[in-house]
Design a protein around this ligand. Structure first.
Ligand SMILES: Nc1ncnc2c1ncn2[C@@H]1O[C@H](COP(=O)(O)OP(=O)(O)O)[C@@H](O)[C@H]1O
Ligand SMILES: [Mg+2]
Length: 335
């Protein structure tokens, strides 16, 4: 990640995945408007990152970006967190404090983990969104906030409404534009570039000059399920950088946290396929670049699937058109 979150803009984010590209296009639209946004994605997919990017690309850039984790606050602290309090409003309130809505006035209020908010929090937030007004605890004075709202959730809010866990009226208020951030396992074609970028960053941090990834190490990375998404990727790359003493990442350097260690199984066989086996065991793989590792992998799976594009695409977890593009690339490379 080249830019720190506080400066990150949507155009700093690139992708080679169709669904993610759609998501970034919607994010750019969202930045041009004041419409409330819901960012929907598994943990670690980049919801917080995208919330910052939308804010920084919007007319509110330079104004406050206030993040509030709606699930992590008990009901007793909730109101003072959201609306602030005056000195002496309750035992221990030694000075006046601004709440998140007040702090985010003219800026963006990012409500994280919104699906887990308590019923009380839902009522309180709805009231401010409907009337734009609130008061600090211990004060009668009405304050206003025009904070632009961006929410994040790792589960469908519509489903939460259906289960009676989320207020329908609040859902309607928050849900201007929903951006679906695909999980990393569905952004398969992005993995090599993401790994390369993380590796470069980790190498700089650890003071190591790593120039390549061994094909078998790459195989491990490509086959991992990445339940923790980009956060897990970043940790894994940092760890393998630590373990690596030379310039090439070897398979033994790739270690996943035990509770997340579940390799993507190939549906047909029920077990992972070794993808970089050479016919000749001693035949050294000379081109260790990520790009060439990915091309070899795609070609291998395509051959395994008896050159059936539909099956190969399914095994790879990518669309058929994406596979076709890669195969053209593979063919071109060999020509
Ligand atoms: N497109 C991306 N490129 C590079 N790193 C990313 C990207 N999206 C997310 N990350 C990194 O992944 C980690 C998790 O992102 P975050 O926004 O906190 O996810 P979430 O809020 O969905 O849990 C962060 O370290 C972030 O910098
Ligand atoms: Mg987050």
């Amino acid at each position: 990640m080249q830019e720190p979150l506080t400066r990150l803009r949507i155009e700093d984010l690139t992708t080679s995945n169709d669904a993610m590209a759609r998501c970034l296009r919607l994010a750019a639209l969202a930045a041009k408007s004041e419409v409330p946004v819901v960012l929907l994605g598994e943990t670690g997919t980049g919801k917080t990152l995208l919330a910052y990017a939308i804010h920084n690309s919007s007319a509110r850039a330079g104004r406050p970006f206030i993040a509030f984790n709606a699930s992590a606050i008990s009901d007793t602290l909730l109101e003072s967190q959201l609306f602030g309090h005056e000195r002496g409003a309750f035992t221990g309130a030694q000075q006046s404090v601004k709440g998140k809505f007040e702090l985010a006035n003219n800026g963006t209020l990012f409500l994280d983990e919104i699906s887990e908010m308590s019923p009380l929090a839902q009522v309180k937030i709805l009231r401010v969104l409907e009337y734009g007004e609130f008061e600090r605890l211990g004060s009668e004075r009405m304050l206003t906030s025009n904070a632009r709202i961006i929410c994040a959730s790792n589960c469908s809010l519509r489903e939460r409404v259906r289960l009676g866990k989320f207020r329908e009226d609040l859902y309607q208020r928050l849900n201007g534009l929903t951006l679906l951030i695909p999980p990393l396992r569905e952004r398969w074609e992005e993995l090599p570039a993401l790994i390369a970028a993380e590796l470069k960053a980790a190498g700089l941090k650890e003071g190591k000059n790593i120039t390549a990834i061994h094909p078998e190490a790459m195989q491990k990375l490509l086959h991992h399920a990445w339940r923790g998404n980009l956060r897990e990727l970043s940790h894994t790359v940092r760890t393998m950088t630590l373990f690596c003493n030379g310039s090439v990442i070897l398979p033994e350097h790739v270690v996943f946290p035990p509770d997340l260690d579940s390799d993507r199984a190939f549906p047909e066989t029920g077990k992972s396929v070794s993808v970089f086996t050479n016919n000749n065991e001693h035949d050294p793989v000379t081109d260790l670049s990520l790009d060439s590792a990915m091309k070899r992998h795609i070609k291998f799976v395509y051959e395994q699937a008896k050159q059936n594009q539909r099956r190969a695409a399914k095994l790879l977890g990518i669309s058929r058109s994406t596979l076709a593009r890669y195969l053209r690339g593979v063919a071109k490379n060999e020509a």
